[in-house]
Write a protein that binds this ligand. Structure first.
Ligand SMILES: Cc1cc2nc3c(=O)[nH]c(=O)nc-3n(C[C@H](O)[C@H](O)[C@H](O)COP(=O)(O)OP(=O)(O)OC[C@H]3O[C@@H](n4cnc5c(N)ncnc54)[C@H](O)[C@@H]3O)c2cc1C
Length: 240
């Protein structure tokens, strides 16, 4: 189902079904009959009672979403059930003070730093609003790059980070924090840890590290299944 079809239904009838968010994704899986949905928004307080309450609100949103889809798309969702509710999660919180910082300008320009260890083409996906998400989508051939320096905390020799805790401007992190780049950063961190011994992460042999993760930097192969998915467009594809 095209994304815009279910987004339109969420915008038109979301209030009726208690939805807070009016965008998000249904993810096609290779396995038929199951579909993960990433389409709810809740506040995520840090006190345990508040977090538990927020989790209940999220479940109510999931139930509302399914009821809406059953009403609007009975052929696809008439017999659907929720297999697993998600846990409350915070996309972006604290980050390290790294040796270098990924900026929004770096992301937009596709600046490739000398110490890059991973790449990313995901849009800026900033969740600052409960009802909607800010998208800044790049051209099909766009690529931006993650410097190793953004993973190395200032003033610490024996600590390396990977994932959404790296040093980046919040809107830049809103792109590079998605799972693919996190995996790639983890691979680079593991290779750096194997290399560092009793030395410092500030003195890694970058050529050796980049050789170790070369396929994450320059490989151009396509997985056969991607053709079925990459053509889907939505409001976010237009930068909405
Ligand atoms: C609601 C939500 C929806 C998202 N949707 C998507 C999506 O659709 N697609 C996508 O690509 N990305 C999505 N993301 C982003 C992506 O999932 C995260 O940014 C990414 O998983 C972060 O990876 P990470 O390794 O940095 O951290 P995490 O995946 O959070 O991993 C950190 C791990 O460390 C463990 N840990 C914490 N403290 C300790 C400790 N003291 N000792 C041992 N272990 C510890 C945690 O339990 C956790 O397993 C979403 C994020 C959220 C919150």
């Amino acid at each position: 189902m095209p994304r815009e079809t279910y987004h339109a239904a969420m915008r038109a009838r979301g209030d009726e079904f208690g939805l807070v968010r009016h965008d998000g994704f249904l993810f096609p899986l290779a396995e038929p009959g199951k579909v993960p949905a990433n389409m709810t928004h809740i506040e995520t307080p840090q006190d345990p009672v508040g977090l538990a309450r927020a989790g209940m609100q999220a479940r109510a949103q999931v139930d509302g979403l399914l009821a809406l889809f059953k009403a609007e798309f009975p052929d696809a969702f008439g017999a659907a059930r929720v297999a697993t509710y998600g846990q409350p999660g915070i996309r972006q919180t604290r980050t390290i003070e790294g040796r270098s910082r990924i900026t929004v300008d770096d992301v937009r320009a596709g600046h490739r730093p000398d110490d890059t260890i991973a790449r990313c083409s995901w849009p800026i996906e900033l969740h600052t609003d409960m009802a909607d998400t800010h998208w800044e989508v790049f051209a099909d051939d766009h690529m931006h790059w993650i410097p190793f320096g953004a993973m190395v905390p200032q003033g610490l020799d024996n600590v390396i980070t990977a994932g959404r805790c790296i040093e980046a401007e919040p809107a830049a992190l809103a792109s590079v924090r998605v799972m693919g780049p996190c995996f790639a950063m983890g691979r680079a961190a593991a290779n750096a840890a194997a290399q560092v011994g009793a030395g410092s992460f500030h003195q890694i042999d970058m050529n050796a590290l980049q050789d170790a993760v070369a396929e994450n930097l320059d490989a151009t192969t396509d997985d056969p299944w991607t053709a079925a998915f990459v053509s889907e467009r939505g409001r976010e594809a237009d930068g909405a």
